[in-house]
Design a protein around this ligand. Structure first.
Ligand code: PXG
Length: 479
């Protein structure tokens, strides 16, 4: 029986299971903090300031809840980092890893060998992905997935004899990872500043961020179309013969859950086809059910040539990334000699076994369908009902189980706070103190809970989010 049916979740108090309880903290919070400050550099952090305040020590998790070393129970509105799609504590995934570690903990697929988990995973991905995606290349993360995308794109055009097609177009405020290639592809200015060496031939166009960037009386649809047409202008500027690919997240995740209007992706696709440019959908966040479709490009109605996958592929239980190749790209790669790219852990058997078990849960428990028809619409409506006419909420974006709340000084006039980033941090801290994990990107508050969340848990997230936003407004003297 499925663990997280509505019935079970409603009657079951969310206590950690016996196996979770076994993992009790071994040290006091103060000891953990001191050791962490002494020896651990956190990602994307100001370590001086973090070490002075001390991190929250997360010690266990079950379903949609986390527990810290002070035994606070926290509801995880972010599914970890947008990845724990099946929720925490699924024994099936632990068992799959345990079995595979005993059977074959490692073997590579470089030199004319393969193994059952990677074969089964590839076949299942081909079944779950849209029709033209039948081939998959594996890596360890979304960043490596996008490095792999670049390698495939260049190899593809080499096989077509179009060696001048070298430029890749991406977007400002897109996020494609933190390797040098991922960071260059992404459009985060603060990352570029710390990267004097970048990958060549990558250029950016503006993002389709209506609330923050639309001027005049444009409708969201007109604005999205204009932003998509920047791609055509950029291609003409560089010369179509020099452009290899366009890459974008179907909706921007880390950039603030920015959902383009319906006119955006069809126009991007039209332009890519017109100028013979590969279209890459970075599905690292959108893939595996987030919007209620298996892949976010299906939600937006377009057909990419390559898809980058990670996060929900294993629900974050072990690291794994992948790239899905459209048949026409796969054919070119397969029929044209060596493809000189690979990682020690490409198709790692344990990661593949966990991914396989994870995808079977998503499929067999109809988790994605539930997001589409039940919990997703409930979550979206609840947010819109709760925050309608709120004095500091300007926009609610999202579909399925992902949402962005725009904090604004004057919602109706689309006027943002001059110190939006600070306001976001205030709100994020109120959430944290109220035992809700909600992420702030500048002045946008983001939610992306585990896909197994039930309606009571959605109610809890939304009411805690409301309290935090109200407290933020109060602190700013706005009511
Ligand atoms: N593409 C997208 C769309 C992502 O969101 C990556 C690629 C890179 O994946 P890896 O596995 O290399 O991290 C991501 C990652 C945040 C946050 O705070 C978002 C990500 C990673 C870490 C933090 O929103 N996205």
């Amino acid at each position: 029986m499925s663990y997280r049916t509505e019935e079970v979740a409603y009657v079951q108090p969310a206590q950690p299971s016996a196996s979770v309880q076994a993992a009790q903290p071994q040290r006091s919070t103060a000891e953990y903090r001191a050791l962490d400050a002494a020896h651990h550099i956190h990602p994307f952090s100001d370590m001086g300031s973090l070490n002075r305040s001390g991190s929250r020590v997360i010690v266990k998790a079950q379903g949609v809840y986390l527990w810290d070393s002070e035994d606070n129970k926290i509801i995880d509105g972010m599914a970890g980092l947008w990845c724990v799609n099946v929720g925490y504590g699924r024994k099936e995934l632990a068992d799959a890893a345990y079995r595979q570690m005993q059977e074959l903990p490692f073997y590579n697929t470089f030199f004319k060998t393969t193994h059952p988990p990677v074969i089964e995973l590839s076949a299942l991905l081909a079944e779950l992905a849209p029709e033209p995606f039948n081939h998959f290349f594996y890596c360890n993360s979304g960043s490596e997935g996008n490095d792999t995308v670049l390698r495939i794109v260049h190899q593809y055009w080499a096989t077509q004899g179009k060696h001048s097609k070298k430029f890749v177009i991406s977007r400002k405020n897109g996020y494609h990872g933190s390797t040098i290639a991922g960071g260059t592809l992404g459009g985060m200015g603060y990352m570029h500043e710390q990267m004097p060496s970048k990958v060549e031939n990558i250029v950016h166009i503006d993002q389709p961020y209506f609330f923050g960037e639309a001027e005049g009386n444009l409708t969201p649809e007109e604005f999205a179309l204009a932003r998509a047409q920047q791609l055509e202008a950029k291609i003409l500027e560089i010369g179509a013969d020099n452009v290899a690919a366009f890459i974008g997240e179907p909706f921007q995740g880390a950039g603030g859950v920015i959902f383009p209007a319906s006119t955006y992706w069809p126009e991007i696709q039209r332009i890519c086809r017109k100028y013979d440019i590969l279209l890459v959908a970075d599905e690292v966040i959108g893939g595996f059910g987030r919007t209620g479709e298996w892949f976010a490009h299906q939600h937006f109605g377009f057909e990419p040539d390559l898809i980058t996958l990670a996060k929900g592929l294993t629900s974050g239980y072990v690291p794994m990334g992948a790239v899905g190749l459209h048949d026409r790209v796969a054919k070119a790669i397969i029929e044209n000699g060596d493809f000189n790219h690979g990682l020690t852990y490409s198709g790692h058997p344990v990661a593949a076994a966990v991914a396989l078990a994870n995808l079977k849960l998503l499929r067999d428990e109809k988790i994605v369908e539930r997001v589409k028809t039940d919990t997703g619409p409930y979550f979206q409506k609840k947010l819109r009902d709760t925050f309608a006419n709120h004095p500091i909420i300007g926009e609610i974006s999202g579909a399925g189980l992902v949402a962005g709340l725009q904090l604004a000084e004057d919602p109706k006039a689309r006027k943002r706070f001059a110190n939006g980033g600070e306001v976001g941090t205030i709100c994020r801290d109120f959430c944290f103190n109220g035992n809700l994990i909600m992420r702030a990107t500048g002045d946008r508050m983001l939610l992306s809970p585990p896909l197994v969340i039930n309606k009571l848990e959605i109610d809890e997230i939304v009411s805690k989010a409301k309290k935090a936003v109200d407290a933020t407004a109060q602190q700013l003297g706005i009511s």
